[in-house]
Write a protein that binds this ligand. Sequence first.
Ligand code: FO1
Length: 338
Amino acid sequence: MKNITVLCGGMGGARFLQGLRHGIASGSLPAIDDGVTITAITNTADDLWMHGLKICPDLDTVMYTLGDGIDPGRGWGRREETWSIKEELVEYGVESTWFGLGDRDLATHLVRTQMLDAGYPLSEVTSALCRRWQPGVRLVPMSDDRIETHVAIADDEAPSGRRVVHFQEYWVRLRAEVPAEAVVVVGLDEATPAPGVIEAITDADLVILPPSNPVVSIGTILGVPGVREAVRGTSAPVVGLSPIVGGTHVRGMAHQMLTSIGVEVSAGAVGRHYGSRQGSGTGVLDGWLVDASDADQVAAVREAGIACEAVPLMMTDHDATAAMVAAAIALVGEGRSA
Ligand code: FO1
């Protein structure tokens, strides 16, 4: 297996990639060649402009995590961070003070914004930043176009009874504590996949959907025009791992996001939401792993035309994650399907 493509969001995707890389290095994934190319097609719909700077939380979380620059406690932003600029902005009363931009992290946003202003597409900016961080995977944004997830929430002062906030305000300022009445991904339908995205899917020997958010991370990647069709059409097996364990998300806000699109918050329901690649629908999966605690949902997933097994799915350490990868490969087989 020489080319593995992973569609991923931020923290869950980064942790999964760490385990995948560890499994290959430690020899516990013999089906994967040492010289394998891992392409991480990463969600950019969490991105936002703030203080005139382009911030890419999921790309940065993967880049910092795999480049060992991440703050291990928070799971986002830089280790050994300081907050002088944020404190100064608070003194000036400049919004948005609810979003934590550290001094080291701001350097990334300054370099990125400078390069974007010079006309470089986001994919080339990301490659340039990775020359410093050496993440050990090919980090590719899902699109070079501007795409932003916004969330509609109840607001009884608004004439419509609702207002829309940027995803980061919903997640960071509101802590996802109010129901998401609708999720709108601005710019998605007009976007095009970044260079290399379609090829990474069609030329893969294995495509993995890790336990990232199925709505606002993997859902948005699949929503970029052409991507879902490429996943449905690739000769590589496509396997997913449930982000829902025991009826709720492990971290993040998958529970709220799934509820907002009317999908039951269960491992089986998410697998069926992604759908089977068999037949003429829009499904993308050949196989789906659920956690051992959700073994009672395996039969229903199989009935939906998706191979399914129940295995431990908590990424408690890199070996546990590597074992999940081994189970995913065992489930859908190796290399190109007929
Ligand atoms: N998450 C928080 O909970 N609080 C923050 O203040 C915050 C700031 C932040 C800054 C840069 C960045 O790359 C990520 C940041 N995050 C923060 C995490 C971010 O909301 C998540 O990584 C994803 O966007 C959600 O999946």
